[in-house]
Design a protein around this ligand. Structure first.
Ligand code: GLA
Length: 431
């Protein structure tokens, strides 16, 4: 496929937007999840898909960007993610034999397990994508949910390991695939929590709820604010008539992510323990007020203090961003994104030179309203709010400046908000 002049890969369904950027690795190939193609691939491994096409079910689960509220979810704080139209799909035929067999469309890799064996064994990782599926089955059973076996083909438009929540999307897609009824017997938020449990207890990453929440409860009309303590959530409209959400991918592997992530979380928990020991009314860093923080300089060691300062500031920035979006004050949104990025870089220390370079390049492009790293960090992606007429200029700047600065090939993806996980409409490749 020829590279478009602007180098922007667009994820949405309009064929004119299904273009690929300058490097093959950056392609968003929507044909990967085309329903006819997936049905044909499924028929090749599961003959009943041919005999009874009506028995084929296609489930989908989206990735996410987080607009702001980073490393706050496991501190009982606030997050503002949007599910996006890059997603995982499983095309499947349900079976009665309690076996799950999945083939990865991209590589042909095949994996499977017996549902009852997984339930009996409890958390026992094997390594690889199947852990997310088996972990979800285990967590669903633990929550009292019924399960079914299936034969399925798994395809994805979501770059794996890029900080766009491919793990959560895999868990949510698995949960829908494993549910015997037309939808899971629990609401979308409860399902997100069950999938988070799969990731925490089975896969072994101590993540918060944000990613599973976004993949399960996302909305096609914007972002969703989640209070990670009360679990209250509400839609937050984004100014997408004149602006686009653009993801810039560093092209770098996320290094040390799981261990550093778990270490940050442990640091936050230790800080809470110290504060509680001193009699402060603190259950989580969510409870630390800016005034309280000032008094903690000598009490916490410098590094722990900086971690706390990030979380306290970031919670406030989420509220300020929602306020600014409501007022249409995009200058303020830009300032808040910049402050969030600086805080993640300097206080929480989860950014990387590559993420910093992408943000610096974006900030130099007129029409880029806001830019910051998104997700856990240590590589992955930035999220940008960009005037629609400036998206091409951003892509050109990133493609021309970033490789020289880092030696890496970036990807620039224009994305749209998407609905949370569910059954895919039979003819709609983008849902
Ligand atoms: C990862 C985790 C989330 C959240 C973010 C950082 O994406 O899965 O729970 O903690 O990092 O905001």
């Amino acid at each position: 496929m020829p590279a478009p002049a602007d180098g922007v890969a667009r994820a949405a369904g309009d064929p004119s937007r299904r273009t690929v950027p300058g490097s093959p690795s950056g392609a968003v190939d929507r044909s990967a999840v085309d329903p006819d193609r997936m049905r044909a691939r499924l028929a090749a491994i599961e003959p009943t898909a041919v005999a009874d096409p009506g028995a084929v079910v296609v489930v989908r689960a989206p990735g996410r960007v987080n607009l702001i509220g980073e490393h706050t979810d496991y501190n009982d704080g606030l997050v503002l993610p949007a599910a996006i139209d890059l997603e995982i799909r499983i095309s499947l035929v349900p079976t009665r034999d309690r076996r799950v067999e999945i083939v990865l469309d991209a590589t042909g890799e095949r994996a499977g397990f017996d549902l009852d064996a997984v339930i009996a064994a409890g958390p026992a990782r094997r390594g690889g994508f199947v852990d997310y599926v088996a972990g979800t089955a285990w967590a669903m059973h633990e929550a009292g949910m019924p399960l079914r076996g299936f034969r399925g083909i798994l395809a994805s438009t979501l770059p794996q390991g890029s900080g766009l929540s491919s793990s959560a999307a895999l868990e949510l897609a698995s949960a829908w695939a494993l549910s015997p009824a037309t939808d899971p017997a629990v609401d979308a938020l409860t399902l997100a929590r069950i999938c988070q449990r799969a990731e925490n207890a089975y896969v072994g990453v101590a993540c918060g709820l944000m990613d599973q929440f976004a993949s399960s409860c996302g909305r096609a009309d914007g972002a969703v604010l989640l209070d990670c303590r009360s679990l209250e959530h509400r839609a937050v409209p984004l100014p997408l008539a004149e602006h686009a959400l653009v993801v810039c991918h560093t092209g770098s592997e996320r290094k040390l992510q799981a261990s550093e992530y778990n270490a940050r979380r442990a640091q936050c928990e230790r800080a809470v323990a110290v504060l509680a020991e001193r009699g402060l009314p603190v259950r989580a860093l969510r409870d630390v007020t800016p005034a309280m923080l000032d008094g903690l300089r000598g009490v916490l060691d410098d590094e722990t203090f900086r971690r706390c300062a990030h979380v306290v500031g970031e919670d406030a920035r989420v509220l300020a961003t929602i306020d600014a979006l409501g007022r249409g004050d995009l200058l303020a949104v830009g300032r808040l994104f910049a402050e969030s990025h600086a805080s993640l870089r300097d206080l929480y220390e989860v950014s990387s030179p590559e993420l910093d370079a992408l943000v610096a390049i974006a900030e130099g492009v007129p029409g880029v309203v806001a830019a910051r790293m998104t997700g856990a960090g240590f590589g992955g992606c930035t999220v940008n709010l960009v005037r629609r007429d400036a998206v091409d200029a951003l892509a050109r700047a990133v493609h021309s400046e970033y490789p020289a600065r880092t030696g890496l090939t970036p990807r620039v993806l224009a994305v749209d908000p998407a609905a949370g996980a569910g059954i895919a409409a039979p003819t709609d490749p983008t849902a």
